[in-house]
Write a protein that binds this ligand. Structure first.
Ligand code: 3MF
Ligand code: MG
Ligand code: MG
Length: 399
């Protein structure tokens, strides 16, 4: 098959490493970086530093939001001009370094104008501003040869139904997504459009809660064949799932696209975006990625940030290195589990009864004839062992 690293396709995220000042709800800014500020000169210095880090790490890809890479302008026209200037600067750097764009996206959540949502905002002017911004970000992604375009529904949700028309807001989100898909086809962008599910924050009720919710939304608007998902470890945990659950479900639904790799602790209740370091968990995640046939256009984007006490820039490099090591170890374990076949074989054997004539017939039968069969044959099943402990130990042998 493919070389192992083609199953990783690492990307570094611009926002946490270069744009985030290390703030938290109980304190102000932690990090000081020489490129913080809002001039184009500083934005270019930031790009110089970012590409230097990408090269030190040897990552093949990066990802960015418009707001990470250009200073905020006074209006839409200024924003788009600044984005275009940075895109030209990026194009030169990408040529010189060979670093590619895994995906681009629009930040439709940080500016206060998005406080009550972007596509789902009660104010049509915010919808229009958001649509125009998405267009410029899709153009930027296309121009840079980006392989996907991501939509995380940052503030697409609500705090209280008392001031919210849910039906109208869902329809607005569906209309926006349809426009994104139409524009993708209009410009001939051949990457995937990816929705990133997340529950719980920043709004209390996020519309893109998890993979199942996003699939229901896509079906509702007839877009399940056009849009896939970018699944983040921490978001899966916040939704009360495991990462591998979300990956497996997306694969089964045919909407698996890409992953945002990080680590969320199970106790937190909010999104911590830590660098991943739990190899057994990552083995189970890459097992699902491999079973999906690996990435086609997606990859492993480190949506992870330093802890506030990691003041020195060296920690930023080491955090990524540790994350890449853990992913690689997880992937190798997953590949070994598949090659060994014990786990897959044990799972298949649990369902062997369905391969019999009796089993095959059931799926297309009806309640009346099944009742007759159960009576005539005195069907009276006993539980069979699922061998849970044994299989968990088997996984541990490979990590
Ligand atoms: C929030 C996220 C986002 C998305 C990003 C791209 C700021 O929890 O994970 O990062 O990854 O907007 O989709
Ligand atoms: Mg993310
Ligand atoms: Mg996150």
């Amino acid at each position: 098959g493919k070389p192992m690293k083609d199953h990783l396709r690492f990307a570094a995220a611009y926002w946490h490493s270069f744009a985030w000042p290390g703030g938290d709800p109980f304190g102000g800014q932690t990090f000081e970086r020489p490129w913080f500020g809002d001039t184009m000169e500083l934005a270019k210095l930031k790009a110089d530093e970012a590409f230097e880090m990408f090269q030190i790490l040897g990552v093949p890809y990066f990802c960015f939001h418009d707001a990470d890479v250009r200073p905020e302008g006074a209006n839409f026209t200024e924003n788009s001009a600044r984005l275009e200037e940075i895109v030209d600067y990026f194009a030169e750097k990408m040529d010189a370094t060979g670093v590619k764009l895994l995906w681009g996206t629009a930040n439709l959540f940080s500016h206060r104008r998005f406080m009550a949502g972007a596509a789902t905002n009660p104010d049509p002017e915010v919808f229009a501003f958001s649509a125009a911004t998405i267009k410029t970000c899709m153009d930027a992604t296309m121009k840079l040869g980006g392989e996907n375009y991501v939509l995380w529904g940052g503030r697409e949700g609500y705090e209280t139904l008392l001031n919210t028309d849910m039906g109208r807001e869902r329809a607005q989100a569906g209309a926006m997504l349809q426009m994104v898909v139409d524009y993708k086809h209009k410009i001939g962008f051949d990457g995937a459009i990816l929705i990133e599910p997340k529950p719980q924050e920043p709004t209390k009720h996020q519309y893109d809660y998890d993979v199942a919710t996003v699939y229901g939304f896509l079906k509702d608007f007839g877009l399940e064949g056009e849009v896939k998902v970018n699944i983040e470890q921490g978001h899966a945990i916040l939704a009360g799932h495991t990462f591998e659950h979300e990956l497996a479900l997306a694969r089964e639904l045919g909407i698996f696209g890409s992953i945002d790799m990080n680590r969320n602790d199970y106790q937190s209740g909010w999104d911590t975006d830590q660098f991943p370091n739990n190899v057994p968990e990552m083995a189970l995640a890459y097992l699902e990625v491999l079973k999906a046939g690996g990435f086609t256009t997606g990859g492993t984007n480190f949506d992870a940030k330093l802890r506030r006490q990691s003041l020195d820039a060296e920690d930023l490099i080491l955090a990524h290195v540790g994350g890449m090591d853990a992913c690689a170890a997880g992937l190798k374990a997953a590949a070994a589990i598949l090659e060994d076949g014990g786990l897959e074989g044990a799972r298949a054997s649990r369902y062997a009864g369905w391969d019999s004539e009796f089993g095959k017939g059931l799926m297309s039968s009806d309640l009346t004839s099944i009742e007759a069969q159960v009576r005539v044959n005195d069907i009276n099943p006993e539980p069979a062992s699922g061998r849970q402990e044994r299989l968990e130990n088997l996984v541990n042998r490979f990590v």
